[in-house]
Design a protein around this ligand. Structure first.
Ligand code: 5GP
Length: 190
């Protein structure tokens, strides 16, 4: 998606060879016009597959997932990274290791938002090692829900996540695939 690649090149900043900062348009300040195009691109690719819900992980996946859900006319479910006193009832939970923070969190969702037999689409901001996506796959399996695909805004193609998901039989659609990056150069696949 050229508009997204342009934003990455002009506003993104690789702080080292592994971590890309995109906080001026994706996960702190949000370019909503760009997110509208992102949502439309995911909706066009995943339309017609009988998907019943869009799923994301708080907080950076919320903006692209919202526009995707809007374009598909579907509800959005936000998986939580921490529980609270008001998060009660029948919960599904799994531990995920965070790539950016180097720590772990409890990915949590209320079972009532994942009904057995449903087909869901996972949308997230980044794909790195795939730990977050596999956490969602794990909870979906526990709920008896099929993950019909994974839509990623920025994939770091030099990390293992994409191949791990493909090996698990998942259709992964990434709008920008970064081949390599350093402080002064970001290269894309293709
Ligand atoms: P994974 O679980 O695939 O290793 O990492 C995916 C999650 O880590 C994403 O949801 C994203 O929030 C975060 N993440 C991974 N790599 C980056 C990165 O280079 N930049 C930013 N801003 N977040 C990242």
């Amino acid at each position: 998606m050229q508009m997204l690649k342009n934003a990455i090149l002009s506003k993104g900043k690789a702080i080292n060879r592994d971590v890309l900062l995109v906080d001026s348009f994706l996960n702190h300040q949000v370019d909503v016009e760009l997110m509208r195009h992102v949502g439309d691109a995911f909706a066009a690719y995943f339309a017609g597959r009988g998907i019943t819900r869009v799923i994301t992980i708080e907080s950076s996946g919320i903006a692209p997932a919202t526009f995707t859900a809007l374009a598909l006319g579907l509800p959005l479910v936000i998986m939580k990274k921490q529980t609270s006193r008001i998060m009660t009832g029948d919960l599904l939970q799994t531990t995920v290791r965070s790539f950016t923070k180097g720590t772990s969190y409890e990915l949590t969702v209320k079972r009532q938002f994942l009904n057995p037999g449903e087909k869901v689409l996972l949308i997230d901001d980044f794909l790195a090692s795939g730990e977050a996506a596999f956490g969602v796959l794990h909870l979906a399996r526990e709920a008896g829900v099929q993950v019909a695909g994974v839509g990623i805004v920025i994939e770091k193609a030099f990390q293992a996540g994409h191949q791990r998901l493909v090996d698990a039989g998942i259709d992964v659609y990434s709008l920008a695939r970064v081949k390599s990056m350093s402080e002064n150069c970001i290269e894309f696949v293709d």
